[in-house]
Write a protein that binds this ligand. Structure first.
Ligand code: FE2
Ligand code: FE2
Length: 182
């Protein structure tokens, strides 16, 4: 089962996502972003927006890290990732994180070394496309941010946020821990 602290964190995020003032809070947090980055952040679904704000509030006050924390999940705004797919993914994550890891590894194997966006365009089954987006949303977010002109260090943090950081990569480690906790 998922760790209790992580479940608590997700539940609080869910409650926060119901806050009617969420969008105006997000606007204030987004003051450090460029216009294009702000548009990406504000296009997230309410839960992801609430999660991103909470992650950004938990990391140290470093400009690149704050930006990466706010933007780390923008890859999830893909139209291929529907609400029902997200619900299924969350259920598997809560029931068995190890099973989810095996599924993600398998999905990642299908598409290793290929251009992710071209791959997504040719997959026919919606569930398979959604799984690929979920499994590699960090990389997709990195592509969106690169096009938006975001700084390289922020793009790198976002692109790699789904994988445990290497030793000595303190910013990535802070992002990793904050992301897992909420
Ligand atoms: Fe993520
Ligand atoms: Fe996240």
């Amino acid at each position: 089962m998922a760790e209790l602290s992580s479940l608590d964190g997700k539940f609080i995020t869910f409650l926060f996502s119901l806050d009617p003032a969420l969008r105006s809070r997000a606007q204030r947090e987004a003051a450090i972003l460029s216009e294009k980055e702000r548009t990406l952040l504000l296009s997230l679904r309410r839960y992801d927006l609430a999660h991103s704000i909470r992650v950004a509030r938990r990391v140290e006050n470093n400009p690149s890290l704050k930006k990466a924390a706010l933007l780390h999940d923008v890859g999830k705004r893909s139209p291929y990732l529907k609400r029902r797919h997200r619900a299924l993914y969350t259920l598997i994550e809560l029931a068995s994180p190890s099973m989810l890891k095996r599924i993600i590894d398998k999905v990642t194997d299908w598409s290793e070394g290929e251009d992710l966006e071209s791959r997504l365009a040719i997959i026919r089954e919606p569930w398979r496309r959604a799984l690929l987006v979920q499994a590699r949303h960090g990389e997709l977010g990195g592509l969106l941010l690169k096009r938006a002109g975001t700084e390289k260090d922020v793009v790198s943090l976002v692109s790699n946020h789904q994988w445990p950081p290497g030793p000595g990569d303190s910013l990535a480690l802070m992002l990793w821990k904050a992301d897992k906790s909420v």
